[in-house]
Design a protein. Structure first.
Length: 91
């Protein structure tokens, strides 16, 4: 249940991250200076966190909103799901 516009944006972000990963791999192969490699790696991690936030926002605006309007069984499942996501994001 993803909006096609949001899906297109997510795929675009993933392609950018893939390009960043390819650049990092090439930099490692050519033995670029370690602090520069770390800077690239940290940039990729920030990009992934941004993608995570985008996916979570979509989930909250679509699935969670829909599930919270349904029966209480879905509400409990939704709360547990959000706690699991929160826990994973803080490890």
């Amino acid at each position: 249940m993803i909006d096609q516009k949001l899906k297109k944006r997510a795929i675009h972000r993933i392609k950018i991250i893939r390009g960043q990963l390819d650049g990092l791999m090439k930099a490692i192969e050519t033995e670029v200076y370690c602090p520069d490699l770390l800077e690239q790696s940290l940039s990729i991690q920030r990009s992934l966190k941004s993608l995570d936030a985008f996916i979570l926002e979509n989930h909250l605006r679509t699935h969670v909103q829909h599930q919270m309007q349904k029966s209480s069984g879905n509400k409990e499942k939704t709360v547990k799901e959000l706690i699991r996501i929160y826990t994973l994001s803080n490890k």
